[in-house]
Design a protein around this ligand. Structure first.
Ligand SMILES: Cc1cc2nc3c(=O)[nH]c(=O)nc-3n(C[C@H](O)[C@H](O)[C@H](O)COP(=O)(O)OP(=O)(O)OC[C@H]3O[C@@H](n4cnc5c(N)ncnc54)[C@H](O)[C@@H]3O)c2cc1C
Length: 378
């Protein structure tokens, strides 16, 4: 079933596409080499209404629903520009919108929509990633503040963020799930240290950081929602995070397939286009089939998500299967490119590196299968 876009969504898509062609595509290669997207581009993207377009108008959004998030991701992939707009708009900001009180929403959301406030979410630590309940960064009450100590790793947008949504341990209950709370920590807060921009195999524009908190004092009024409810908030929001991750993998697969197909039609060997060899044509047929299956499933999930249904189990299926599928497509499309595929000037070389992490972040393939297995009563 396709997604029921409205007329305003079609207009929105056209504007996003036009903007990316003019403001991003001509410069993206340089940014990727420099490993930094200019801050200005976030502001421009925001000023056009492309950041958090789903937010209600009173907070600076355009009330365009989750459909608009899908559009932005799809257009970014088509433009072959991997900038972590979706992580900000569709993964982090929803925490403020869902669990922030009115004062917090007024304080932060308009800046998130305009691009003045760039956000990151900090869950993972050196000792814990999949096992979120084991988080050790502590937030201890002191008067009307919390004092935070700990370390977070692999934080996307962490290097450039103005607001970090940080998951901290605020209790010592033997029931670990009751111990977590979510605090918003603002850039410039004493003891909030952006310790290192991490070197990665791909996704060089995403400013992945190690964050350190050393006696970092944050007012209790920066806590989102209730103390001790953090783990439950994370579980609620992971449905959309994993849907967004599945979308990223799907759109990457579509782009890589398109490039493989084009190359197979134009590159000649032994006097004919390489796509004429049955092995290669079958590989492309397999990719086209898997992508179609992924897209059909994804669109069904988007519709159910928009209807407000609990689709945690199906999203777990989509997250692992589509991200693994995208990695198969990356491998096969690069193989079709021969030696050129290994060269940086060919987009497939970068896309191959970028898509590798899709089976790891936002919950690994194994964790997704554990969720599905649990729901099977195993
Ligand atoms: C580029 C990048 C960006 C990221 N962005 C963010 C971010 O913005 N914010 C953030 O908080 N985190 C972020 N992460 C962290 C990411 O979410 C974690 O790396 C991921 O959840 C896995 O955790 P881990 O690395 O600690 O691996 P571990 O949890 O140590 O897992 C190691 C291996 O063991 C497997 N494993 C673990 N438990 C089980 C189990 N129960 N059954 C079977 N197998 C299991 C895993 O599947 C994996 O294969 C990012 C990571 C990367 C690489």
């Amino acid at each position: 079933m396709s997604i029921a876009y409205r007329e305003e969504h079609d207009m929105f898509r056209k504007s996003v596409r036009k903007f990316l062609q003019k403001e991003v595509v001509p410069y993206f290669k340089d940014w990727y080499k420099e490993r930094q997207v200019p801050r200005e581009i976030w502001m421009k993207f925001g000023s056009q209404g492309f950041l958090c377009p789903w937010l209600p108008e009173e907070y600076g959004g355009a009330d365009l629903g989750f459909e608009s998030s899908v559009i932005v991701s799809e257009e970014l992939a088509k433009a072959d520009a991997d900038i972590a707009f979706s992580l900000h708009s569709d993964v982090v900001v929803p925490y403020i919108a869902a669990y922030g009180n009115e004062e917090q929403k007024q304080r932060w959301l308009p800046g998130c929509a305009s691009g003045e406030l760039l956000t990151a979410i900090a869950m993972t630590e050196p000792g814990t990633g999949s096992d979120l309940a084991g988080i050790e960064t502590t937030a201890v009450k002191d008067g009307s503040d919390y004092i935070i100590n700990g370390q977070k790793l692999f934080i996307t947008n962490g290097w450039d963020c103005d607001l970090a949504i940080v998951v901290c341990k605020t209790g010592n209950s033997p029931k670990q799930h009751h111990n977590l709370s979510i605090l918003v920590i603002e850039e410039g807060t004493s003891g909030f240290i952006k310790a290192k921009k991490m070197e990665k195999m791909g996704r060089h524009t995403e400013g992945t950081a190690e964050l350190v908190f050393e006696d970092c004092r944050v007012p209790q009024s920066n806590r989102l929602g209730e103390e001790g409810k953090g783990f439950y908030y994370l579980m609620e929001k992971l449905q959309q995070e994993r849907l967004v991750a599945a979308l990223g993998a799907l759109t990457a697969a579509e782009k890589m397939f398109e490039e493989g197909l084009e190359y197979a039609k134009t590159r000649k060997a032994f006097g004919q286009p390489i796509g004429k060899f049955q092995h290669n044509s079958f590989k492309l047929a397999e990719m086209a089939t898997e992508i179609e299956i992924g897209r059909t499933f994804f669109q069904e999930l988007v519709n159910e998500h928009i209807e407000g249904k609990d689709i945690v189990n199906k999203v777990s299926m989509a997250k692992w299967w589509i991200s693994e599928m995208a990695n198969r497509v990356a491998y096969d499309s690069l193989q079709l490119h021969g030696g050129y595929g290994y060269m940086e000037e060919y987009p497939i070389s970068r896309q191959y590196q970028n898509v590798r992490v899709d089976t790891i972040f936002a919950g690994t393939t194994e964790i997704m299968k554990s969720i599905i297995a649990k729901n099977l009563g195993l």
